[in-house]
Design a protein. Structure first.
Length: 292
């Protein structure tokens, strides 16, 4: 019988598996090293004719290194917050638990988009004829993602949990809803190819409030929660959210007096979560460092 795995950070890691995705990242590192060596050899072997290509010889391997580092940081790295981190953040918002988010993914995606646009612009300035137009057009098209992620970096990431419900700030919107108005919590794909928890809101929910902040997207009725951006194990967060929705008596632990250990401790979460709450989650994933 296939054993559940830990929740992946990216959709690609989810589809092909973590070991293969690690191999993809390693392959990109190798290719970046090969590109660096090849460009250096080409320049040193014939410096005179390659002098006009110096920009391309620097930009191409640099772009590959940026891509390799971006893939590693945004899909394989695991940022984890501590109870002290959450307590400090929660002190600024009394009456609940505040999980502070990270902007690593949009920042690295912005760097990768800028590196790609710069590389294609350098290539366009180096070549001639129709190729100059083609590469310049590709560079211009990349301005869309660059502008989008510049907007994204201005927005905070956070998740506020309190006895009445939750409030979330993400790439696209600020949203809040009461626990009793949540219809479902499923796994899905969010922005930047990340795996997110999609909180479905009842169509007639009176408590649902939203404020869309990004001009490039208009999705309604679903709140995306990115565990990786929040620095918590996605499986533990999924278990906790399902528990607060299905078992109203447990919501009292969100008053902010102390950080619920179920958000950070897999043994505590598995021991205190009823089977009817945990089964749909544990059939697919297991917490990091925990056993079923």
């Amino acid at each position: 019988m296939k054993q559940p795995r830990t929740m992946p950070r990216s959709a690609l890691e989810y589809s092909i598996g973590r070991p293969l995705w690690v191999a993809v990242v390693v392959l990109n590192v190798i290719l970046a090293a090969v590109a660096t060596s090849a460009c250096a050899w080409a320049y040193l072997h014939d410096t005179g004719s390659m002098r006009s290509m110096i920009g391309v010889l620097i930009a191409v391997p640099s772009l590959w290194w940026v891509i390799a580092v971006t893939l590693w940081l945004t899909t394989l790295s695991r940022r984890r917050v501590s109870a002290e981190d959450i307590s400090r953040a929660s002190a600024s918002v009394p009456g609940g638990i505040l999980l502070p988010g990270s902007k690593l993914v949009p920042a690295m995606t912005l760097v990768a988009a800028l590196a790609a646009a710069s590389t294609f612009a350098v290539v366009a300035a180096t070549v001639s004829g129709v190729w100059r137009i083609i590469w310049a057009l590709v560079a211009v098209l990349l301005l869309g993602p660059v502008v989008s992620h510049l907007i994204s970096l201005r927005q905070p990431r956070r998740l506020f949990l309190h006895p009445r419900g939750l409030g979330s700030a993400t790439f696209h919107l600020d949203a809040e809803v009461h626990w009793d108005d949540i219809q479902s919590i499923d796994l899905g794909v969010g922005m930047n190819n990340s795996m997110v928890l999609k909180v479905g809101v009842r169509p007639d929910a009176q408590s649902y409030r939203e404020r869309w902040r990004h001009p490039f997207s208009r999705r309604r009725g679903v709140i995306d929660i990115d565990p990786a951006a929040l620095g918590v194990d996605g499986t533990l967060l999924w278990l906790a959210l399902r528990l607060y929705v299905l078992e109203p008596s447990t919501r009292e632990e969100l008053r902010g007096d102390r950080v619920p250990t179920r958000l950070l401790d897999p043994r505590e979460a598995l021991a205190t979560t009823p089977q009817h709450v945990s089964d749909p989650v544990l059939a697919t994933f297991r917490p990091e460092g925990g056993t079923r």
